[in-house]
Design a binder for this molecule. Structure first.
Ligand SMILES: [Cu+2]
Length: 164
């Protein structure tokens, strides 16, 4: 026992121990320092828009909030492995959107990342082209989550649809 202690507390091992301790301390400090991204996420207030039952592959569907409303239309033939145009139209007197994204998911199933940043048009429309993967189990039900960023305010609307 005494011999083990003597061997362990050699100068070299002690030095190693101190180096590892400091490295751990630095990593710990860095991972707990909130970056600007984290701050944004904390101060962002997300407003949920109300969506009436509506199929966005058939028509422009409305999502309504206090100071912002939007329409979502998935245009053309909406099927897997075939790109289709997405159109979002915003209406607000008070809010100027800086970014609009749309994310597609399948409830309870990981279908990978299907997230698109839409491009702003001069007439206030936001457009993009979407390509969805085919589901290995043959499911066709998707969720479309539209997110609007406007300064520190965010807006979210969820639509349901099925692909052909
Ligand atoms: Cu699936």
């Amino acid at each position: 026992m005494n011999g083990w202690r003597e061997r362990w507390f050699t100068r070299r091992n002690l030095l190693r121990f101190v180096v590892v301790l400091f490295a751990g301390l630095i990593v710990g400090l860095l991972s707990h320092t909130p970056g600007p991204g984290n701050d944004d996420a904390r101060t962002l207030e997300v407003h949920e828009l109300t969506v009436a039952p509506c199929d966005p592959t058939q028509r422009a569907c409305h999502a309504i909030g206090d100071d912002l409303s939007l329409d979502l239309h998935l245009q053309g033939r909406v099927s897997a492995l075939k790109s289709f145009p997405v159109l979002v139209r915003l209406r607000s007197r008070t809010t100027d959107a800086t970014a609009v994204t749309i994310a597609f998911t399948m409830p309870g199933m990981d279908m990978g990342v299907n997230r698109y940043r839409l491009q702003r048009q001069a007439d206030g429309r936001w457009i993009g082209n979407v390509l969805l993967p085919v589901c290995a189990t043959g499911r066709k039900d998707w969720l479309a989550d539209v997110e609007v960023m406007a300064g520190t305010r965010g807006y979210h609307a969820r639509f349901r649809f099925t692909v052909e």
